[in-house]
Design a protein around this ligand. Structure first.
Ligand code: SF4
Ligand SMILES: [Zn+2]
Ligand SMILES: [Zn+2]
Length: 356
């Protein structure tokens, strides 16, 4: 977790005045602290055990930007010379109001990329209201463009009502709807690349889940770089895959980024959380284990799964009869889910049957 006093990160060297009020910000792993910045020797505000390094606020921001730059310049699994992003192209980032996506938007903007945001309103009560406000404020402060899409307006259901009507897990309905919304907006507006804020913890947990179940199809597609394939399939990239949740949270604090601290109130059904907890147990006595697990897979193993399974999948893609996005079936999984939901929801019959 991160400990803050008066808006600044507290390390073990800080002496707090009597009665000082501190804010505890939970992140998934580790603890803050560290004596001296490894770059300039000034007081450090963040220590990263897996790097055996600590940084002052300025060099922590440099460290995060360098990791993002490295991910963009040398994406694992990409053809020789390929980059995640190019200067001058149009990029869309999916933002939730949380630390990862806003930290990444900030870094990409500072690095000089032309990046617009997309916020998808899920209809999860006050959590969604606050998330939307934070994203709007972030974009307005920096003069950046933010697209907004409300599930209820666009598709006729919210995450809670859709989950209730379909009988599927909340996160299952939510995840499929968000992914479809990202794809649809990216294609509609002709973006070259779609960026998401998945970090090292997210990707390691996903990998663990796919390995435990030996889901070869998902292992073949687990990469922070997915090449674009024509106007309906923009490139999909995850430039934060080299950075932990603690690093992005600390970046937000030192960069002055206001993000939504609360977790989604419906997170209990999310199995990714349990997988993260399991990896944290392993990481605690062995800092760097998560990175070894993920980077080892990406560098040495991913290719074994890649081509055959993925090529079969790509060869089978055609246009969804309803939304026109690529799918291996006549109607894509999102449109089938939406049909099931609208068949049950009261009043949904008044809505346009076409999702766009
Ligand atoms: S925790 Fe589940 S319901 Fe909440 S935003 Fe994430 S995917 Fe959606
Ligand atoms: Zn420094
Ligand atoms: Zn469809």
């Amino acid at each position: 977790m991160l400990v803050l006093h008066d808006g600044a990160l507290v390390t073990r060297d800080h002496e707090l005045p009597a009665g000082a009020q501190v804010e505890i910000r939970p992140v998934v792993s580790g603890g803050a602290g560290g004596p001296r910045c490894v770059v300039c020797g000034a007081g450090a505000v963040h220590e990263e055990p897996r790097h055996r390094a600590s940084w002052c606020p300025t060099h922590l921001q440099d460290h995060v930007a360098n990791q993002v730059r490295r991910a963009i310049d040398h994406p694992p699994g990409a053809p020789e010379g390929a980059r995640m992003l190019h200067y001058g192209e149009r990029v869309l980032i999916a933002v939730s109001g949380g630390k990862d996506s806003l930290a990444l938007w900030d870094v990409l903007h500072r690095l000089g990329y032309h990046v617009d945001g997309l916020y998808v309103g899920l209809g999860i009560g006050g959590y969604s209201t606050r998330s939307g406000e934070v994203c709007r404020a972030f974009a307005a402060e920096r003069g950046l463009h933010l697209h907004e899409l409300e599930l209820a307006e666009r598709y006729g259901y919210t995450t809670p009502s859709g989950a209730g009507a379909s009988g599927r897990s909340t996160c299952g309905v939510c995840g499929l709807s968000k992914r479809h919304a990202f794809d649809e907006v990216a294609v509609e507006h002709g973006y070259d690349a779609l960026v998401t804020g998945h970090n090292l913890d997210d990707e390691a947990a996903t990998l663990l889940g796919n390995v435990i179940r030996w889901q070869e199809h998902f292992l073949a597609r687990q990469s922070p770089y997915r090449a674009g394939r024509g106007p309906t399939q923009p490139r999909k990239v995850k430039p934060l895959y080299r950075l932990s949740e603690r690093e992005t949270a600390a970046y937000c604090v030192v960069a002055g980024i206001d993000y939504v601290l609360e977790e989604c109130p419906l997170v209990d059904g999310n199995t990714g959380h349990e997988l993260k907890g399991a990896l944290d147990l392993l990481e605690a006595p062995s800092p760097g284990l998560k990175a070894q697990f993920l980077f080892g897979f990406l560098d040495r193993v991913a290719d074994h799964f890649d081509d055959e399974v993925d090529d079969d999948h790509l060869a089978s893609l055609r246009e969804c009869r309803s939304c026109r996005l690529p799918t291996p079936n006549e109607v894509c999984a999102f449109c089938r889910q939406r049909e099931r939901i609208l068949a049950v929801l009261p009043g949904a019959g008044d809505l346009d049957a076409e999702p766009r």
